[in-house]
Design a protein around this ligand. Structure first.
Ligand code: ADP
Ligand code: MG
Length: 381
């Protein structure tokens, strides 16, 4: 990929490009906790967007997307481009300029191997790679946290996706053998060790996206807020479910719709599970870590009710198959992937067995994506 991009740059725009990369991400545990101001635990993966870039002497940027095989010319202060992929680049530039960064015309070739729309956040990889690259060649001095914000705001203001900051954060701050415990309230983060020797991480992509996803997402947010409102009547200073304990929730359970209670208890338990999972990582205890992943799936499926038949099938047969340490749905739900932590010696059998059973039941094999926890945004020498 790197070589392809460099060669394409030479062919189109000549010598002397600098090369940068920023990866996609997985989230090990902590789902639907971000908007409740809790914790998430993402890690950067060994699939990335690569950018070759060089300032030019012209008045416009010349940009080539290798994967779409399309070239555009773009004026930094001009209209938003027509191509979706170019909006991410345009948006990053605008967000940098809003913050006082002066961007000059450049030539760029980019491409990558983060699967699109599979829940690995190819869009955050793109924003982060482009932001990191522009920041470096024009010495804009944005730090990684600012670049994450620039990426997030690009999605909000130029793509129309009101995402949180986890994906950009993971792409920029990730590191080999480390996952990021991100506090979505303070944006403080801590790198936790993630180096399960003798294990592999694999995703099964159902390749389905049930239409419930966005409407139910809003319903869940409202249910969490309804729970907070009940507690707030009795306890001062409560801003989100982050401030609510299971004891508090149980004390005022009778004042709550039973569904609201179930939703809130999932969120509180998921935050606790994540912290326990981190404690296990610090001890190198991947058995306990895997059990927390399993608990997360159970909560998402039975208490938060954002799973679906395909995801439940993958997780449940995963839990019963030899070599598994943990298996759970990843992402918002109603489709997408499961993430599985599997012993290396059982890996081939595990993947084959689950894939076969899924194919048998749903008529189509899941897409198999193995990932390694890897380095965040960086320059390639
Ligand atoms: P994801 O969950 O993977 O982030 P999104 O729909 O948010 O899915 O982002 C996918 C979009 O990001 C694509 O439609 C495209 O515009 C852009 N993108 C991602 N990867 C690439 C790539 N390799 N080349 C060009 N554009 C890309
Ligand atoms: Mg995205």
């Amino acid at each position: 990929m790197k070589t392809k991009i460099q060669e394409q740059f030479k062919k189109l725009y000549g010598e002397g490009a600098s090369l940068f990369a920023s990866p996609g991400r997985v989230n090990l545990i902590g789902e639907h906790t971000d908007y409740n101001l809790g914790f998430v635990l993402p890690g950067a993966i060994d699939k990335a967007i690569y950018v070759a870039i060089k300032p030019n002497d012209g008045k416009t940027c010349r940009i080539h997307s290798l994967d779409y095989n399309e070239s555009i010319e773009m004026d930094i202060h001009g209209e938003k481009p027509a191509q979706q992929w170019a909006c991410y680049i345009y948006g990053v530039i605008q967000e940098m300029e809003k913050r006082g960064g002066l961007v000059h015309p450049f030539d760029m070739v980019f491409g990558g191997d983060v699967p699109l729309g599979a829940g690995l956040s190819s869009s955050a990889a793109l924003e982060s790679a482009v932001g990191f690259a522009i920041n470096s060649i024009f010495n804009l001095n944005f730090d990684r946290a600012q670049l994450a914000k620039i990426g997030q705001m690009t999605e909000h203001n130029y793509v129309g996706v009101r995402c949180g900051i986890m994906d950009q954060f993971a792409s920029l701050f990730g590191d080999t053998g480390k996952v990021i415990r991100l506090d979505c309230r303070s944006l403080d983060y801590k790198l936790e060790p993630f180096d399960p020797k003798g294990c592999r991480v694999v995703l099964f992509d159902t390749q389905v996206k049930h239409t419930l996803a966005s409407s139910e997402y809003n319903v869940r947010r409202a249910q969490c807020e309804a729970g907070v409102a009940v507690i707030l009547k009795h306890v001062g200073g409560i801003e989100s479910l982050r401030d609510v304990t299971m004891d508090m929730l149980d004390t005022y359970k009778d004042e709550m719709d039973p569904t609201v209670y179930r939703r809130c208890s999932y969120v509180i338990n998921e935050n606790n599970r994540l912290l326990e999972a981190c404690a296990a990582l610090e001890k190198g205890d991947y058995v306990t870590f895997g059990q927390k992943m399993n608990g997360s799936h159970e909560g998402l499926s039975k208490w938060y009710e954002v799973s679906c038949e395909e995801l439940d099938f993958l997780a449940e047969i995963g839990h019963r198959t030899d070599g598994v340490l943990g298996a759970r749905m990843m992402g918002g739900g109603f489709g997408g992937c499961t993430i599985n932590l599997v012993k290396a010696e059982a890996y081939d059998n595990y993947v084959a067995e689950i894939s076969d059973k899924f194919q048998h039941k749903f008529g189509k094999a899941p897409r198999i994506i193995e990932v390694n926890i890897s380095q965040g945004a960086h320059r390639i020498e």
